[in-house]
Structure formats: C-alpha cells, structure tokens
Design a protein. Sequence first.
Length: 264
Amino acid sequence: MTLPLNGWRVLVPRGGPWGDDVAARLWAQGAEPLIAPLIDFTGPEHPAAVADAMQRLEAAEFDWLVVTSATTVEAIGTPRPPETVRVASVGDATTRALEEAGFRVDFQPIVDASARALVDEWPADGARVLVPQSALADATLVDGLRARGCHVTIVTAYRTVPVTADVAVVEAVRAGEVRAILVTSGSVARQVAEQFGAIPPGTIVACIGPRTAEDAREVGLRVDVVARRRSVDAMIRSLIDGSGSPNSPDPINSPDSPNTEETP
C-alpha cells in the first residue's frame, strides 16, 4: 500500500517530545521527517515574578488560571491552588499537560485551540485572571479578557530563543531536497525566513493556522497550504489534501483531530 506522503522529506521545526510526536505522525503517512529545531525555550528574565504569581495563585488571589501552551505548564511548575480557583486551557495538548501536572481543567474552548476562541467562549466575565505566558505572546487573549471586564494579571513564564540549524539542513532546504516545511508559529516562520532564505518553488510551506500564515507572510515567506484548525494533524492533512500543489484551497480538518496549540 502506498501511503499519502510516501517519499516526502518534511522538516519538523522543533525537537523534544513535541518533535518526536510529530515525526511519528509523519512516518505513519509515509514521510521521512527531518527534525531540525529552529526555536527553543528558556526561563524568564525575572523568575521571582513567576514564583510570586504562583504564591498568589495558591493564596486564591485569582479566580482563574489561564494556560495557553504545554510549554507554559512546564514553566510554572506545580503550584497547588485551592478548589475555588478554576483552570482554563486553550486546547487538548495543553489540557493533557495540565492534567499530567496534577491540575483540574475546568474550561477549554470548543471551536478552536486559539486565544480568540478562548475569549469568544469565555464563561466568567469580570473574573480575576492570572495569565502566565511567553515573552512573545500577542495581546489577543489579554485584551479580549479585559474587554469582558476581567482583571488580568500577566507574568512572563518563559522566553523563546532561536536555534541555528545544522549546515546540512540549510543546504538540503536550499537545494530543494526537502518537500515540505512545517511552520508552527510566528517565531518558527521568522527563523525559516532568516536561516533558509528564499524557499525553492518545489518545497511546500505549510502553516498550522491562519494566524501563523499571516505571521509567515509578514516575514516574507511564501505560504502554500494552511490548516484551518490549529493542530498538527490538520497541518499534515493539509499536505495530503493539497497533493503537493502550492496555493491549493485550505483543507477542512477532521473534527476528531487532536489539537496542538501554537507556541511562539
């Protein structure tokens, strides 16, 4: 049986457990994943601020803790807020990470794994909300919650740092030996543009969602396929449905595909 991505060499832009999971999904479709981390995560510039926020959380000074990525879960450690504090997660991947860390998740948006969906479906106008996030996080979530009357406290939980790709990877991309590049965030898009330069016309640039596609275009990348739902499965499906044709229509993601939220 010929698998849909048989013979495709696909660049996976992050390493660790996330990269291994994506690679496994690509292998299952016949692709040859090339794990080449372009970003990594490091601690915040002011770790004491995170520790203070977690102490305030444990003291029930907030009604809600809102978490937007699995990376954030790792960054905040394992505070133990009282039962009165509720926890919101942006999507399935973050929910799994929270539950594995011992948190009870009370709310997760249904429509999409995105900050916009979380704001649109938010159940607690006027609440006191703690949002630990990346130093590069945009204002969509915080501004949206404040517009709904919430008293939002922000703390920078981690920073995103660039990683230089191996020379062999750069040469393979520039030579057109990579069939597709997965772009999973604005930070990844920036590194793809800066490190690889003009992407060969035969290489498909696949973005995890419309917002990431916008970020990619802003840094000068050509965008060929866009997953409508922000999940790895939807992005891989966009490669399959596009059949390798640049600028093909956006695929409709299967409703049972697990979400993997964007990270900076």
